[in-house]
Design a protein around this ligand. Sequence first.
Ligand code: ATP
Ligand code: SKM
Ligand code: MG
Length: 185
Amino acid sequence: MTRTVSSIVLVGVPGAGSTSVGAVLADRLGVELRDTERLAAGALGHDSVSGAFVVAGEEAFHDAETTVALAELAAVAAGEPRVLVLGSGVLAAERVREAAAALEAPGVVELTVTLAHAAPRLGLSLARPVFLGNPRAQWSRLAEERRALYARVVRVVVDTDDADVEEVAGRVLDVIAGPRESDDE
Ligand SMILES: Nc1ncnc2c1ncn2[C@@H]1O[C@H](COP(=O)(O)OP(=O)(O)OP(=O)(O)O)[C@@H](O)[C@H]1O
Ligand SMILES: O=C(O)C1=C[C@@H](O)[C@@H](O)[C@H](O)C1
Ligand SMILES: [Mg+2]
């Protein structure tokens, strides 16, 4: 059975592709894309997430992102159509986890990726502030910490290792909405 979908909430560690897949899904559903990291950077007066993170500081960035995420999750809960991409670190805030866990099914969809696939996707972005020092080791540490937080709220997991952005978007729709008509026998 195919369910009508008007909003989707995504999360994933850096390189899982939540921003790119979110953009494809927003396009396919004809709804707005809302990305909490980008919204938080904008609220702090920056174009780039790393810029906001460095200039405003980690605490100010996470405070701004928490505020944005709570407002966006409330909008999803109220039935306002959108694809909401949660920044990879925003579920560290307990209030955000509570709001995310309280969403109706399917709730938050996690995109997963292993380091071997995330590293080439991120490329030079592995030099950004959160990965300084040893980028691969930092990514692995951050991924382990953040996935433990996601496990508390996520009910649907979609692997992205061996699929391009369009394929991942298709997998998300299949999982949450049931098979698309073109897939029906
Ligand atoms: N499934 C995929 N296959 C190949 N490339 C991908 C895939 N998903 C994303 N990419 C590419 O990886 C890069 C990073 O993608 P994106 O910005 O969506 O990641 P993200 O998970 O939102 O990371 P972050 O927000 O932490 O930077 C982009 O160049 C994007 O095209
Ligand atoms: O690009 C960045 O610098 C960041 C991205 C997200 O992972 C944030 O959660 C992180 O803390 C900073
Ligand atoms: Mg992103």
